[in-house]
Design a protein around this ligand. Structure first.
Ligand SMILES: *Cc1c(COP(=O)(O)O)cnc(C)c1O
Length: 219
């Protein structure tokens, strides 16, 4: 199967209103261009330097999504162009994004990453930390970031009911957030292995890599 065929198959299965972010981390520019030529514009990367390099090399109408864990000292490299930062998991990171966005006179859309998985290796805020962040004066004073929704990753397990439960938990936090903030529109959940469950549980943005580009080689 080609990248183009994989992409078209997945797109034809996605319900209306669900946005596809093609996760191109570790993949070469030629693979991204193949997806681009098939009409894909939103791409997800998890390393800032790699995303910057690809932004420089590839067509300028690509929307770059930062889906990985972000170190504060790297924010400055992507502040000029990043379209959505999915993995915001601390007030300090948000503050740095706000500061760097200001330098470019931009408002950077961000998702808060919520810890829903059982594994404690996955990053994210818990419910208490989310509430604290939203109620803090520093958050309320930030003018160069906009929280537009939530992101989460389910436990990596064959237990479908657990994955479903975790996604449902994130959806209910998302619904609650829409009553507290304006502009909450994006619920980013679901990857190659679990995006169908995520959509059934209310996701409207899926981040799919290996089902489009094939398995990644990290060696
Ligand atoms: C790598 C990655 C994905 C895509 O994973 P696949 O299983 O290849 O679809 C999605 N979200 C995040 C945060 C990732 O790091």
């Amino acid at each position: 199967m080609s990248i183009k065929n994989n992409l078209n198959t997945i797109k034809s299965e996605l319900p209306e209103g669900v946005t596809l972010v093609a996760v191109s981390k570790t993949k070469p520019n030629e693979d991204i261009l193949e997806a681009y030529e098939a009409g894909q514009r939103a791409f997800g990367e998890n390393k800032v330097q790699e995303m910057v390099q690809k932004w420089e090399d590839l067509p300028k109408d690509i929307e770059w999504h930062m889906i990985g864990h972000v170190q504060r000292n790297k924010v400055k490299y992507m502040a000029e162009f990043v379209s959505l930062i999915h993995g915001v998991d601390s007030p300090r990171l948000l503050k740095e994004i706000n500061k760097q966005a200001k330098k470019y006179d931009r408002v950077i859309p961000c998702l808060l990453q919520i810890h829903i998985a059982e594994e404690d290796t996955k990053f994210g805020l818990d419910k208490t930390e989310l509430d604290e962040l939203l109620e803090s004066d520093t958050f309320k004073a930030m003018e160069n970031i906009k929280i537009v929704g939530l992101m989460g990753m389910a436990t990596f397990t064959d237990d479908e009911s657990q994955v479903r439960r975790e996604f449902a938990q994130l959806k209910s936090m998302f619904d609650e957030l829409t009553t507290k903030l304006n502009d909450i529109t994006i619920l980013s959940m679901g990857m190659s292995g679990d995006y169908k469950i995520a959509i059934e549980e209310g996701s409207n943005m899926v981040r799919i890599g290996s089902s489009i580009f094939g398995a990644r080689n990290y060696s």
